[in-house]
Write a protein that binds this ligand. Sequence first.
Ligand code: NAD
Length: 330
Amino acid sequence: MAVHGTVQGTREINRAVVTGGAGFLGSHLCEQLLERGVEVVCLDNFLTGSPQNVLHLMEHPGFRLVRCDVTDYVHVPGPVDLVLHFASPASPLDYLKMPIETLKVGSLGTLHTLGLAKEKGARFLLASTSEVYGDPLQHPQREDYWGNVNPVGPRGVYDEAKRFSEALTTAYRTSQGIDTAIVRIFNTYGPRMRADDGRAIPAFVGQALSGRPLTVAGDGSQTRSICYVDDTVRGILALAFSGETGPMNIGNPDELSMLELARWIVRLTGSESEVGFIDLPVDDPKVRRPDTTLAAERLDWHPSVSSEEGLRRTVAWFAAQRDEAAAQAG
Ligand code: NAD
């Protein structure tokens, strides 16, 4: 029997729209929504995602994939109870290559998806990011910290797009009465990340599996908190199905340096790769760790997958992908 979620015990969530649903996080969200008995309409223009990520869902009677650029328009026939706006390039490599697309999906894309939520009377959840804190002067970062962002630096296109999306979402809440929530997602990793998306974990795993040196930026002392995708998606859905508005941090407060991360990956892959060093990117944050007190108190959410276990699962997935590609190549 289908188990449907409720918001504040009043709103039934039977049908959800996920923009960017064919991406890394979006595909896991679609999967977990379907598991909860919620029908899913996935909107994606495949800019950085791929239909391959949701291929296993195509036979599901509750799943529909629609090719759509949400910066043009968003039209979904029938009732919608929840709109999850996840469309946006998210890896630095992607948004540095596609600065205008990134700003457009954060502005026009958010406007159109908020319009959909208004038209349907649906709850709206915005995927924001820890990048709104920029290179933070407060550590760990709490939701009431305003951030330290360079609007004209290279990363500004992503950070400011998300800051604008947050402002727009808040304006729709306060002036239009739309039921909205904002989640600030911290670095998340796991199966279905693109091997070539430029983020540290897929890059290190690929380098380690092929015996090449791992390319650590700077001296590797900069820190990140990494959260396994199942934990992140569970947190996002807990927020979506609550009556909370956010902004709310979702991430794993366990902090590790990039050098530690590289060494772990070498060990978990059993690789003989060396660890090498490359230049630090401009405006690269030196530290990043969420304060997750709010999510713990309001949603009773806590990450449960250790970094070691999550990295082990991720390494296993990338290794299986490589084996499959090698087998297909002959
Ligand atoms: P991703 O690149 O894998 O997924 C983004 C998806 O959005 C892709 O499928 C892409 O094709 C789609 N898309 C982009 N522009 C679009 C448009 N104009 N119309 C329709 N679809 C469009 O990235 P991800 O890591 O899955 O991130 C998903 C969301 O979560 C993003 O909004 C990102 O900012 C946010 N986020 C992710 C992380 C993380 O660690 N992965 C951290 C913080 C925030």
